[in-house]
Design a protein around this ligand. Structure first.
Ligand code: SAM
Length: 202
């Protein structure tokens, strides 16, 4: 599979691409009462490792087996292997091991039709009343923001998320663009993300 080979090579060559710290917006959500998470397209695990550090059982589902090997190695180094599970799969058809109370999707940047399949497939497998957190490079980032994919085809819009979210029933839901600061050799740059935070109805 092309995508799998692409991402395996990327993780072999640049294992530090996304760093070790969790996404800033994820690190700000309230985890109280949550005991399990699925991190869809979790890469080599910065978000899952942080969630496991917070005491959650954390399943990382990614298309790249190289990323997942790196995730499990990092979990071992942090002595949290008992909290971490890895599932190698395409997000559009993935079958989770857990029925998570928290679903995280961070920067899964794939074409819109596949993105819709992945989104609905994931939401169909979460626990009743689960919390959902998603963050993506927004379409606005192409012209006005720093970094991120250079193709509009895989950038995500607020409208697109609202449309997808409308097919599910929410107790609360917020979808908005947010600026994220990135430290570079040329100073601080601003990336524009679109963030979804919600709780599904139980
Ligand atoms: C930009 S990285 C983000 C990784 C991680 N979520 C993070 O924020 O550190 C995108 C991830 O999506 C994964 N990915 C790409 N296409 C995928 C697909 N169809 N199904 C599952 N994972 C996929 C890649 O392997 C990669 O780990």
């Amino acid at each position: 599979m092309e995508s799998e080979k692409f991402w395996d090579a990327r993780y072999r060559e640049q294992p530090k691409s996304w760093g070790v710290d969790p996404n800033i917006f994820l690190s700000q959500i309230d985890l109280q009462g949550l005991s399990s998470s699925v991190d869809l397209a979790g890469g080599n695990g910065r978000n899952s490792l942080w969630l496991a550090d917070q005491g959650l059982k954390a399943e990382n589902v990614d298309i790249s087996s190289v990323a997942l090997e790196q995730f499990l190695e990092r979990a071992e180094q942090r002595d949290i292997s008992d909290k971490c599970l890895a599932t190698q799969s395409d997000a559009t058809t993935a079958k989770f091991q857990l029925t998570p109370e928290l679903l995280v999707i961070a920067y899964l940047q794939i074409p819109a039709s596949e993105f819709a399949k992945a989104f609905h497939n994931a939401l169909a497998q979460v626990a009743d009343g689960a919390k959902v957190f998603g963050v993506w490079h927004a379409v606005e980032n192409l012209e006005d923001g720093y970094g991120g994919p250079p193709s509009k085809d895989v950038l995500v819009s607020k409208d697109q998320l609202e449309q997808l979210a409308s097919e599910h029933s929410w107790k609360q839901l917020k979808i908005e663009n947010r600026n994220r600061e990135i430290n570079t050799e040329d100073g601080v740059k601003i990336a524009i993300d679109v963030v979804l935070e919600g709780t599904l109805s139980s």
